[in-house]
Unconditional design. Structure first.
Length: 144
């Protein structure tokens, strides 16, 4: 399990775009499960939507991408400051609204991991109900 400070040491995102509260399991190169607590005091709810807060699908994708990066661990140590970046969102589907008070459990499974790219299947749950799923394709940043 990785707590918030360990997550922050591994990825570059910070508040308000850091979307992971905890990594609850890592099977190196195979599967990662992470948690995102959706709270009413998140700034994005000032505009999405003021009368009925709904967590945006784009933020579910961002949270899924951040959890997915932990597939790129080697021997429980992160690769140098995230050299994989989200390149394609494929067949992402949303099944249920996510609202403040929900806890997202994000499961990311490696479909294909090669030197310059990675395909990841993500499934997002609230409790045991699937709220989103799709495929994310990452590309490795070219060295300058």
């Amino acid at each position: 399990m990785l707590e918030l400070e360990q997550i922050k040491a591994s990825i570059s995102q910070r508040f308000p775009i850091l979307m992971i509260d905890r990594i609850i399991s890592i099977e190196e190169g195979k599967k990662v499960v992470g948690i995102k607590n959706v709270t009413a005091n998140e700034k994005l709810f000032l505009g999405h939507f003021p009368d009925k807060a709904v967590f945006p699908g784009s933020m579910i994708i961002e949270a899924s991408a951040q959890v997915s990066t932990f597939l790129f661990y080697e021997n429980k140590k992160p690769l140098k400051k995230l050299d994989f970046y989200l390149g394609v969102v494929k067949d992402m589907r949303f099944y249920k609204l996510v609202v403040p008070g929900d806890q997202l459990r994000i499961e990311a499974k490696s479909i294909r991991l090669v030197e310059n790219s990675a395909d990841v299947e993500v499934t997002v749950f609230v409790k045991e109900e699937k709220v989103a799923s799709g495929e994310l394709i990452f590309v490795r940043r070219k060295k300058d």
